[in-house]
Design a protein around this ligand. Structure first.
Ligand SMILES: C[C@@](CO)(OP(=O)(O)O)[C@H](O)COP(=O)(O)OP(=O)(O)OC[C@H]1O[C@@H](n2ccc(N)nc2=O)[C@H](O)[C@@H]1O
Ligand SMILES: Nc1ncnc2c1ncn2[C@@H]1O[C@H](COP(=O)(O)OP(=O)(O)O)[C@@H](O)[C@H]1O
Length: 336
């Protein structure tokens, strides 16, 4: 008899912040925020399998190859922009180690992570990888994917991780959500009704901005704005209103740290964007578009414009993606 084993495959989606307000600076150094995030179809590719030996083995690199990814950003393959941790500090390893500890799993995990989502972009790539690793491990170890322990493990890894699990303590199952309002440090989630036909053009300017540095430069406004209006616009599928309500309080500190962001936003406007802004703590910017066709037309206008920054930027049309991402299981002959 040939021994077989199961491999879980999942495509962790990135996110964009449509609205981000700072509500208060907390004593623990974090900020209470009010944000609305949408998952998008720009995804990494993760496989996870169980191993007899404990611990997490991770193979991680840029895709489709490091050389092609570097070329798309006009940089060399050894550029520090492409440095991603492959040790236990990678959020995939953190997630799987925490999962194994919590559920007392015998043995460990081996994973491959193909990175397509830029790092330090404000697109939540690492957080999404961690959430997908938890979902994959849950499938392999027969833990329900909406088990409440996954939400606590996710929150301890990073503020953005629970969003990518697609469930929360209050909403254990949200099969059709693509967006959520997040409060507290970003971990108190309310998944939004209706699937807004979301389309956008994302520009990643080849700059890795540290989330901690951007927050450190930020200030909480005396009267914080509320995400109420943008949540209403999303749930009533009102594109005009949604485009009026985009806001990101981290824009100013991010623009101070990376002045190129201003140049990129200005050229997105000049090339016909209806509305555009930074996502999260940056450095990626996006323009909201009414249809896929509008987004593709804007992408091609931006690509053919004469902007020096295009040499080192990735420009891409995206649409909303469903949460949680689907985990598929393949059975293969035993590798160990
Ligand atoms: C800004 C946002 C918006 O969605 O996303 P990114 O730009 O990182 O994608 C999030 O708030 C980022 O969440 P995440 O990237 O998970 O951050 P964490 O690892 O939890 O925290 C990194 C650091 O950012 C600061 N931080 C983070 C979250 C928060 N609510 N207040 C903070 O002040 C803290 O200094 C913390 O040490
Ligand atoms: N799985 C991972 N993928 C990418 N970066 C990771 C990962 N795990 C840890 N990191 C580290 O986290 C940093 C920020 O991650 P990322 O989620 O891509 O950015 P952001 O917080 O801007 O959305 C990276 O620069 C990298 O040093």
């Amino acid at each position: 008899m040939i021994d077989v084993q199961r491999i879980a495959t999942v495509n962790p989606p990135a996110k964009l912040n449509l609205f981000l307000e700072l509500v208060a600076r907390r004593k623990d150094g974090y900020h209470d925020i009010d944000t609305v995030m949408v998952a998008i179809d720009w995804c990494d590719h993760l496989t996870v399998r169980r191993t007899r030996d404990p611990g997490v083995l991770l193979k991680c690199d840029w895709a489709p190859s490091r050389a092609e990814y570097a070329a798309s950003l006009g940089i060399s393959s050894s550029d520090p922009l492409l440095d991603i941790p492959t040790d236990d500090s990678n959020l995939v390893c953190k997630a799987l180690n925490a999962f194994a500890d919590h559920f007392d799993i015998e043995g460990g995990f081996a994973c491959t992570l193909d990175k397509y989502v830029p790092a330090g972009a404000g697109m939540g790539g690492a957080s999404s990888d961690a959430a997908s690793a938890l979902l994959a491990a849950a499938r392999l170890c027969d833990v329900p994917e909406n088990h409440q322990a996954l939400v606590s493990i996710a929150s301890a890894i990073g503020s953005d991780v629970p969003f990518f699990l697609g469930c929360s303590s209050d909403q254990p199952s949200n099969r059709s959500a693509t967006a959520a309002k997040a409060t507290g440090t970003g971990t108190d989630l309310e998944f939004l009704r209706n699937r807004f036909p979301f389309h956008a053009v994302v520009v990643f300017p080849g700059i890795n901005l540290s989330t901690a540095k951007v927050y450190a430069q930020s200030s909480v406004p005396p009267i914080p704005l509320s995400s109420g209006a943008i949540v209403d616009a999303w749930t009533s599928l009102d594109f005009q209103e949604l485009s009026k309500q985009l806001m990101n309080r981290l824009s100013d500190p991010a623009r101070k740290l990376a002045p190129q962001i201003d140049e990129i936003l200005e050229s997105m406007w000049r090339n016909g964007a209806i509305t555009c802004q930074l996502t999260g703590s940056g450095s990626a910017c996006f323009a909201l578009c009414q249809t896929k066709g509008d987004a593709e037309a804007l992408e091609s206008t931006i690509r053919s414009s004469e902007n020096a920054w295009l040499e080192n930027a990735i420009v891409r049309t995206v649409a909303a993606a469903q949460l949680p991402p689907r985990v598929s299981i393949q059975t293969i002959p035993e590798i160990d």
